[in-house]
Design a protein around this ligand. Structure first.
Ligand code: PRT
Ligand code: ZN
Length: 294
C-alpha cells in the first residue's frame, strides 16, 4: 500500500456526509456500495475506509490508515487516553462539524460557575478532556463516564453537572440545563499517521491538500459583480469585504457608469449589499465560487 493513500472516514453520523462531500469536491470519484467498508476512489490513488469515528485516531496512529477525518474532541480524548499514540499530526482544520464541549447544570440548581464544581459529580463522554480541564482549573470533582444520553444524567440523579458537546443548544434547553463554561471548541480535522512515507506518497498528499485548500478557500469566497456610477467607485470598492484589486470596466454606452467585479474572501452580508445600493450600486450579483487555485 505504498503508493495509495488510505483515508479513514466516519461510516455514518455527523461527520460522514461533510467528509465525503469535501473529498468529492477535491476531485475524488466516490461510489459507495451500501454495506462496503472500503471504497477505491476514482481520480487519485486513494482508498477510503468507513469506520466509527472513535476508531479513527488509533487506525491512523497505527498506520493502518494514512489519513483520517475526525472531530478534534475525539482526537484529543483518544490522545489523552493512549499517551503512546499521541503523535498524530493535524494537516488541516476542515471547518465543519463545529461544536463546543461545555459544562452545563440544571437551570435552578445553583451551579453557575466553574468554582461551584468542587466535590460535584460530572457526567461526560469525554472523561480525559474533562479531567485535564479540572486539573488546569485546580478543581477536584468526580467524573461519571457515560457513552451517550449525557443530558439526562442530572434528572436521573447520576450527576450534578454534565460536560457534553453542544451545537444549537436545543438539547440542553430541552433537558432544563444551562451551560456556564466552555471546555473546548471542536471542528473536524484531517490528521496523518506518524509513519514515514516515500516521496510518491508525500507528493500525493501534497496534491490532495492543494485541492482541499482550494475547496476550503472557495467556500469562504464569493464573486461579486455590480454596476455603479463612476464617481462612487472608490467608496464602493472600499466596502467590498476582503476584496483585493477588483476589476473595473467601462459599461458599453454608459459613460457615467462602470462595472466592478471582485473576489471577496469574506462573507458578504445583506448589510453590505444595502450599503452598496445606497451608494448607487445596482445590478448587484453575488455568485458562489466552485474551485480556486493559484
Ligand atoms: O457511530 P459513531 O461512533 O461514528 O458516531 P457518534 O455517534 O459517536 O458521533 P456523531 O456522528 O454523533 O458525531 C460525530 C462528531 O460530530 C462528534 O465527535 C463531534 O466532533 C461532531 N459534532 C458536532 C457533534 C455535535 N456537533 C453534536 N451536537 N457531536 C455530537 N453532538 C450531540 C451532543 O452530544 C448532544 O447530544 O448533539 C447533541 C447536542 O446538539 P444540540 O444541537 O442540541 O446542541
Ligand atoms: Zn463515536
Amino acid at each position: 500500500m505504498n503508493n495509495i493513500l488510505r483515508i479513514a472516514v466516519q461510516k455514518k453520523g455527523r461527520l460522514a456526509d461533510d467528509s465525503i462531500r469535501l473529498l468529492k469536491q477535491a476531485g475524488l470519484g466516490i461510489f459507495r456500495n451500501p454495506g462496503a467498508l472500503t471504497c477505491r476512489a476514482q481520480g487519485l490513488p486513494v482508498e477510503l475506509l468507513f469506520v466509527r469515528d472513535d476508531d479513527i485516531p488509533s487506525l491512523v496512529a497505527k498506520g493502518v490508515c494514512d489519513l483520517g477525518i475526525a472531530g478534534e474532541n475525539v482526537l484529543r480524548e483518544e490522545a489523552l487516553e493512549a499517551l503512546a499514540e499521541t503523535n498524530l499530526q493535524t494537516v488541516r482544520a476542515l471547518g465543519f462539524s463545529r461544536c463546543t464541549l461545555k459544562l452545563a447544570a440544571p437551570r435552578d440548581g445553583g451551579i453557575k460557575a466553574i468554582t461551584d464544581l468542587a466535590g460535584m459529580k460530572i457526567a461526560t463522554s469525554y472523561p480525559e478532556i474533562l479531567k485535564e480541564f479540572l486539573c488546569d482549573q485546580d478543581i477536584t470533582a468526580e467524573c461519571v463516564t457515560l457513552k451517550g444520553a449525557v443530558e439526562i444524567a442530572p434528572a436521573l440523579g447520576l450527576a450534578d453537572v454534565i460536560c457534553d458537546l453542544v451545537s444549537s443548544g436545543a438539547t440542553l434547553a430541552a433537558n432544563g440545563l444551562v451551560d456556564f463554561a466552555t471546555v473546548m471548541q471542536s471542528e473536524a480535522l484531517l490528521v496523518r499517521s506518524p509513519a514515514r512515507w516515500n516521496d510518491d506518497k508525500e507528493a500525493l498528499l501534497a496534491r490532495l491538500l492543494r485541492r482541499i485548500d482550494g475547496v476550503l478557500a472557495s467556500r469562504a469566497t464569493k464573486y461579486i459583480m455590480l454596476n455603479a456610477p463612476k464617481d462612487a467607485i472608490e467608496d464602493i470598492t472600499a466596502l467590498l469585504p476582503g476584496a483585493d484589486a477588483p476589476t473595473i470596466m467601462p459599461l458599453a454606452g454608459r459613460d457615467d457608469q462602470m462595472a466592478v467585479h471582485a473576489v471577496c474572501r469574506e462573507t458578504i452580508f445583506w448589510d453590505t449589499l444595502e450599503q452598496l445600493e445606497a451608494r448607487g450600486a445596482h445590478a448587484i450579483l453575488v455568485l458562489p465560487i466552485e474551485k480556486m487555485m493559484g
